[in-house]
Design a protein around this ligand. Sequence first.
Ligand code: IPD
Ligand code: CA
Ligand code: CA
Length: 265
Amino acid sequence: MNPMLNIAIRAAREAGRVLTRSFNRLDTLTITDKGKNEFVSEVDRNAEQVIIDVLRDKYPSHAILAEESGSHSGNEYQWIIDPLDGTTNYLHGFPQFSISIGLKVKGRMEVGVVYDPIKEEMFTSSRGEGAQLNDRKIRVTNRKGLPGALLGTGIPYRDFRFTQNYLGMLQDLIQDTAGIRRPGSAALDFAYVAAGRLDGFWELGLAQWDFAAGSLLVREAGGVVTDIGGGEHYLDTGNVIAGGLKVHNAMLRRIRPHLDSQLSA
Ligand code: IPD
Ligand code: CA
Ligand code: CA
């Protein structure tokens, strides 16, 4: 196994302990508002520090991009960290959140770990070696199209610039699918696509740390990840579609008509 994957797993487990410990005493947390509907607590910061300590101890020269503390310089190995993906769920006691740790090397994802500490589900991948859930191989579904498909998404809640575009996409996609879910942790949504629990997923305006690890999971599970125009710029734009090949293509066809000059790939 890729030794860097092992370290990422260790870091995710340690951060998981930080998250679960405080999940039973949410009323004691100090919560700050980073901006409209953007909350952060000491749990996000503590979990992030634990992850950085584990990674830096082993790989002191690697660079880091972490949601709460930003960019830490280093060599061409860059760890991309979201210590708590699904903060809103977490702060409401809604048990759907995760830790996301990805490693990018020279612009390409090499390692991805998404951990749900409540269900104790560890989703892992390293490039060329497939994707696993708790050490068992996972695959995206091979559904032939949208009929019967269960899709995940993220509904805009902070940045409303593209709400009309988004609602158009939603309106078109609900017509043909079995249903659409908005679980609230993009990293886990990708992991669920990788595990075949969701047939596809799309969201606008994600940050790299939300889905860098998840995008590798989906690809290594045999799925397709693109930006909303069908191109490769998903990590830069944060506008993303993921799924098995046929579902992905069908989603792309439904989404394309809702792009405009403001919202392109
Ligand atoms: C958020 C979650 C959510 C997605 C948002 C993200 P956070 O991350 O992934 O599902 O819809 O776009 O910002 O803020 O909880 O780390
Ligand atoms: Ca996030
Ligand atoms: Ca976060």
